[in-house]
Design a binder for this molecule. Sequence first.
Ligand SMILES: NC(=O)C1=CN([C@@H]2O[C@H](COP(=O)(O)OP(=O)(O)OC[C@H]3O[C@@H](n4cnc5c(N)ncnc54)[C@H](O)[C@@H]3O)[C@@H](O)[C@H]2O)C=CC1
Ligand SMILES: CC(=O)C(=O)O
Ligand SMILES: [Mg+2]
Length: 483
Amino acid sequence: MGFESVMIRLELTNGKVSFGDVAQAVGGCGGDIVATDVIRSGASSSVRDIAVQLGRDGYEEMVETLRALEGVEVVNVSDRTFLAHLGGKISIRPTMQIRNRDDLSRVYTPGVARVCAAIANDPKKAYNLTLKRNTVAVITDGTAVLGLGDIGPAAAAPVMEGKAMLFKQLADVDAFPICLDTKDTEEIIRTIKAISPIFGGINLEDISSPRCFEIERRLQEELSIPVFHDDQHGTAVVVVAGLINALKVTGKRMEDIRVVVNGIGAAGVSICRMLLAAGVGRLTPVDRDGAIVRGGAYDYPMWQWLAEQPQVGNRAGALSEVIEGADVFIGVSRAGVLSPDDVRRMAADPIVFAMANPEPEIAPEAAIPLVRVFATGRSDYPNQINNVLVFPGIFRGALDCRAGEINEAMKLAAAEAIANVVTAPELNEQYIIPSIFNEQVVTRVREAVVRAAIATGVAKRIPPDFREPAGEKGGVLHAAGLA
Ligand SMILES: NC(=O)C1=CN([C@@H]2O[C@H](COP(=O)(O)OP(=O)(O)OC[C@H]3O[C@@H](n4cnc5c(N)ncnc54)[C@H](O)[C@@H]3O)[C@@H](O)[C@H]2O)C=CC1
Ligand SMILES: CC(=O)C(=O)O
Ligand SMILES: [Mg+2]
């Protein structure tokens, strides 16, 4: 499904195998040798690196073919993705050099003591005198990492580092990955509270449901900085943005459509809530035991809440049954659970957002010929619906206006801002959602979020570009009593 590029180090026994044999074997597996380097050339053997490009996933078969050649030893295989992770993906740098004792006495003791005392006297000064104002913790317990599941805190780190990279590159937010070695709800809450003083915001990530709901709720109640579980709300925001534009393409209206959401975990619950807030007329939430129905009794409070909503249908059944006649499928569950036959039985002009990572609910090649609009969470197909469109801008805005929380109005404003980046002449089936490299995304999300925070009274600071000229009345600041 993808495109892989690998570096392979081979030891070739002289007289038994030639480089031509190697090239032929690679070509036979569909690979191209795009570069080669002789590392060592000896009397009995030589060591070479070959860089191979493969027009598909799965270089393992090619490596096995090389291993089976007589006289070939595969010393090492490193794909470019692994190379990109060597030593981690972020580091911390000082904002100034310490060049002499004078500098030293200012940034460290004795000078630093006066700064500490100033913060002790007025804790708000931490925002000006430490990294707090621009720093977010990206925190996981490693229990719902992408669609890989409970792989533990150490294995979750590459995703958290990736998010930290995106925060910095896209929104100039300093983010630090924190992987907790506990799954205990109370211990997670206690730990996050204890480390929170240095951070301006908390991005919870890849914490499985239902624990994630309680963890987020309690932290929101007990901390005065924004706490945002990205898998819930970032995902819901980007889904609503994508749906607004997909409906423009198909000419359907929110109130008329029936949406099937498959996977009622962290992402699914929040998507359902936001779809209802956005005016979706009929909703069919589905988890592994089938549809959640109106009037049903469920153990999870969030599922029970859904069962009490008038827009939720009362038709029970497995996904393959309830998908019949649906206008929209939104998958935040796991790979391969939606079949082409399921898609064929949807209503006319079906919209399918198959968002499980790293593999979607249905392969793009199978779905695209059958649907009007198709999107995945991946970057290698058109219409990438991924929360990376949301979290950088939403935190940039929240930090800039020092919002105490990220509320519903801020999320809805972010969704509308993302949808509006795609202009009417640009909008089509292949382009319902802007690319993460579209520079307008973070700017427009930030602006929408700051405005919504001011209007709803959660902003504790007005960023300079939102300050109105003296004497001007009737603006958003006056309306919010902040001017
Ligand atoms: N594209 C994007 O931006 C995002 C994608 N995701 C993806 O969504 C998926 C779920 O993520 P989370 O909600 O964080 O995990 P989660 O673990 O909180 O929820 C997953 C839910 O899917 C359900 N499920 C499992 N197999 C199912 C099946 N065959 N049919 C229906 N439901 C099934 C589980 O019971 C659970 O309720 C993952 O693959 C993740 O990568 C999550 C967040 C953002
Ligand atoms: C994108 C993301 O947050 C996830 O798949 O978990
Ligand atoms: Mg995630």
